[in-house]
Design a protein. Sequence first.
Lengths: 345, 261
Amino acid sequence: MLGASRMATDVIPLANARGFSPDICSYLTSDIGAYLKNDTPLKKMGMSGIPKADVLVFNTNQCRDVKDWFQFYAREWNVPCIGIHTPRSLGDLDEPIIEDVARQTEALVPTLEKVAGQKLDMDRLKEITRLSRRCTELWKGVLEAAAAVPAPITFFDGTIQMGPAVVLRGTQSAIEYYEALLAELKQRVAAGVGAVPGERFRVYWEGMPVWGKLRDLSTQFLNLKTCVVASTYCNSWIFDDLDPDDPFRGMARAYCRIFICRSEDAKERYIEQMAAKYKLDGIIYHDCKTCPNNSNNRYQMPERLDAKLGIPHLVIHGDLNDLRLYSEEQAKTNIQAFVEGLEQR
Amino acid sequence: MPYFCGIDIGASSAKLVIVDETGRIAAKALRRSGVDYAAVAEKNLVEALASANLRREDIVRTVSTGYGRDNVPWSNGRLTEITCHAHGAWWHFRRPITVIDIGAQDSKLISLDAAGRRVGFKMNRKCAAGTGAFLEEIALRLDLSVSELNGLAEHSTKEVTLGSFCTVFTATEILSKIRAGDKVEDIIKGAFHSVVKRIAEMGAMDGDLVMTGGVAAHNPCLVRLMGESFGKPVHVPPDPQFTGAFGAALLAKENVHTHHV
Ligand code: SF4
């Protein structure tokens, strides 16, 4: 929200001035900057300010920054900060790793029980896991609707529509939301209605969104009659492994399987599958300055995938939240030139 | 006879080319881009038409390119400078080439196959390194005009290395070289070498090398260094500063699909 509302670029400098480098995660710096300024986009939704947490729970399956970020608040509020240290760059998901992560997850329980002042209700956890699983199945259906030609939904729509899957997973209302959305998309597919009228090209977005530029980018792609049909980012909220019968092991498997936590080989295989499923004409990699974890162009992956897939790629340099690191003009020219190249093929 | 117009409004200068139906250049014009792109485009057009004794109605189609491509009211289509530079350069060579275009604010590397189709392209990252802006900054530090750089570099006798990516860091590096007693001509050649290194980092140099843009037009010494560094000759088409506008004019002639964005 800080990124999409473009508040981030105003508040990041406050965190920078307090010792958080402009080179680290700009989710972290914008969130902490907003806290230091005592400002939040949540005020627009009637909340008085940033809510104070009773406990902070992290998982390092994405990066270390989440932990560093949460530890700041733990120090500020004098509350516990606990978490799971997931091994990263995983190839195959070996059982001992899953076992370890499941055990670490279970080990969070006593602290959480103390904070909550009540015992864990295993039946309730199973029920929530069931709802979460259903939500993520529906979300997967929504994203996979874009395999249709023309695609009824774009990556840019996805970045907004994923809200319930991110923050309301495990609730009935998220399920109802996606049931309605999926029904609408099925109608659009049946009627041949595309999100980009006159869709000529279909591309994949690898990496973080540029949150403050969603509209500009989606408008540019619309005008170029090019649909960004799928993305690693939106797919990251698909958790096929969630298991109501074995919540801890299911969570461990789900949160280890995510793309960001995997080896280059596993990531490459994944994108190859996406290229086939979504009939891609090209891939755009966002080299996101403050998130190396989501910048997959840095270890020669685009070059390797070009050779394997025979479709071209483009790298855009920018950032998720810090618009000081984004050149609109350069990005626009690069994207237009990329599409001109697709026309020549 | 029908004529076609290409206009390339770059960060620093606006170039206009008119070609006839054979692709021969009938007229060209160049002036600083300034702040009113529409006005500068108009002035260039009027000047070029007058120089070739043409009327506005003789122009069948216009394609605009460059940063100001959306600001030319009479343009029939807009294409990026990547496509236009590539096409303008390939016209002269017609074989697999890598085009190295160094402009005022950006540099590009574009590789083309034997048929002139684009195989790949790269633009510089968000920084002045390896662009005309870098050389302007160096000239400023040395109290010279940009046009003096090449003449001085030709007289360099010693290798001076400038190591930093960053233009500001390079400027401070230069101050230390001056303090250490290095000669201005050697420092300038060091700056040229730095541009070559930034280009080399951008991508692979497949096929023959072709350099376009204002920097190539005014700095033959830099072009030579580029060739020495990559171990193959670097070709420069006629009027390298006009390559983008020329490519745009040719594309107007070929009436390829252009965007209205
Ligand atoms: S994965 Fe990247 S964007 Fe997400 S928290 Fe970590 S550093 Fe920030």
